[in-house]
Ligand binder design. Structure first.
Ligand code: 5AD
Ligand code: SF4
Length: 446
């Protein structure tokens, strides 16, 4: 029930986990200013669409969604756009969509309650300044996930990969103080969670001036009650020996790294300004695998980057086979206005047909590898954390430390607990399993 003196907010989130985490902060801030969350736009006094700008497709979905909102929103409701697309387009969004009254970029959420109040009185505004001090330290996030906590440790990005809009939409890199991250970790343990995921655009380049990412892993992993520690996404060049040692030494750090490769061709990597070669990437993988037995690896790959020849693409396929990724997110290159890749000669553009064909072959190659690796795991036992109800009734979705999804029979009361399962079947990508011995989550030290 919504108290009569309180207003309502509905938020819809697109894009990466950083955006999901920002939505949690936004809802926390608005809750403190008298807004209760509702789960349908029709019921809301304030509707926010927290957007992504990474690919054209992500933006088109948002444009479509904003159109739909027009007919669904209450007559006096306020519609706001936040996130990366808001930052990229700023006031242009206000011109384009007259029913949008608020456009706020990733560093502007502190003033959302004020901006929303003004908008409810009829004002239209955009706020897209960067604030290099802003980490929303005093906000209390309203967490969507009750089992694992997403903790931002760094905002923005100082790399300049030539395809990427993120440095434009999220500004320069800055890190939170280690003590603040530890404070938040302690708080989530008190709320009953035992898994945290540290978030940053190039999370392993973390530095608060006094501590690096190795220090951060050791400190967060040392918080009593933390049983699983993950992070996303790292950059291969920021895996110093110190960081790899800290991963190996810290029991909570899970045996999984999501390590974006983008391409397996040195020449394409160079044009992407990724700052490593094919061999450099392989070397990083070798160092990680040497230090962390049983490490699983997932990645991001782009096909159809300007100038990508057939040979370059074949190099990507062979790299996928050689590394043996456990899974991969695969994308067709999408030109983003203002990024260096859009200034490459038109003659280097890869046609959509060719890019689609390459994407299809890449997906096949990734799937075949995932399937082979997963088949070999059948019959093995793994510890899982039960995360949520599965889509099919009576089943639960659980996750191994090495990031495999396992569907197990069980009761919703088991969500948030750990269990040992035997992997009994696989679709190729996910597993089915049976619980071998039930163990509950460690008691929480308060
Ligand atoms: N086109 C296609 N994919 C992109 N990514 C980033 N920018 C683009 C783009 N312009 C992909 C990268 C990145 C992931 C989050 O999205 O693979 O790692
Ligand atoms: Fe996340 Fe990048 Fe999309 Fe922004 S543009 S929401 S940082 S994926």
């Amino acid at each position: 029930m919504i108290a009569p003196d309180r207003s309502t907010v509905y938020i819809e989130t697109y894009g990466c986990q950083m955006n999901v985490s920002d939505s949690e902060l936004i809802l926390g801030k608005l809750a403190a200013s008298g807004y209760d969350e509702v789960d349908a736009p029709e019921a809301a006094d304030v509707i926010l669409v927290n957007t992504c700008a990474i690919r054209e497709h992500a933006e088109q979905r948002v444009i479509g969604r904003l159109g739909e909102m027009k007919s669904r929103m209450k007559p006096h409701a306020v519609l706001g756009v936040t996130g990366c697309m808001a930052q990229r387009l700023g006031p242009k969004l206000l011109d384009r969509a007259k029913h949008v009254s608020l456009v706020v970029g990733p560093d502007g959420y502190r003033s959302l309650p004020l901006l929303v109040e003004n908008a409810r009185r009829g004002a239209r505004a955009s706020s897209t300044d960067f604030d290099l001090e802003e980490h929303y330290e005093d906000f209390t996030p309203r967490r969507f996930d009750r089992v694992k906590a997403w903790i931002p440790v760094q905002r923005g990005c100082d790399y300049r990969c030539t395809y990427c809009i993120v440095p434009t939409t999220r500004g320069p890199e800055r890190s939170r103080r280690l003590e603040e991250v530890v404070r938040e970790t302690t708080a989530v343990v008190e709320e009953g969670m035992s898994e945290v995921v540290l978030l940053g655009q190039t999370v392993n380049s973390y530095t608060d001036g006094r501590h690096d990412f190795a220090d951060l892993l050791r400190a967060v992993g040392g918080v009593r009650g933390i049983r699983r520690l993950r992070f996303t996404s790292p950059h291969p060049n920021d895996f110093s020996d110190r960081v790899i040692s800290a991963m190996a030494d810290t029991d909570a750090v899970c045996e999984h790294v999501h390590l974006p490769m983008q391409s397996g061709s040195t020449s394409t990597l160079k044009r992407m300004l990724r700052r490593y070669t094919r061999e450099g990437y392989f070397e990083c993988v070798r160092r990680l695998r040497d230090a962390i037995p049983g490490l699983s690896l997932t990645t991001d790959i782009i096909v159809g980057f300007p100038g990508e020849s057939d040979e370059d693409f074949e190099m990507t396929l062979s790299a996928v086979r050689e590394v043996g990724f456990d899974d991969a997110f695969t994308f067709k290159f999408s030109p983003r206005e203002g990024t260096p890749a859009t200034r490459m000669p038109a003659s280097e553009t890869i046609s959509d047909d060719v890019a689609s064909q390459r994407l299809g072959r890449l997906i096949e190659t990734v799937r075949a590898g995932t399937r082979d690796r997963n088949l070999r795991l059948l019959g093995e036992r793994r510890e899982v954390l039960i995360e949520k109800e599965a889509r099919r009734g009576g089943l639960l979705q659980a996750r191994t430390r090495d990031f495999r999804t396992v569907i197990v029979p069980g009761e919703p009361a088991m969500i948030g607990t750990y269990a040992n399962v035997e992997l009994t079947g696989t679709t190729g990508s996910t597993f089915t399993g049976v619980v071998v011995r039930q163990r509950s989550a460690l008691p929480v030290a308060v």
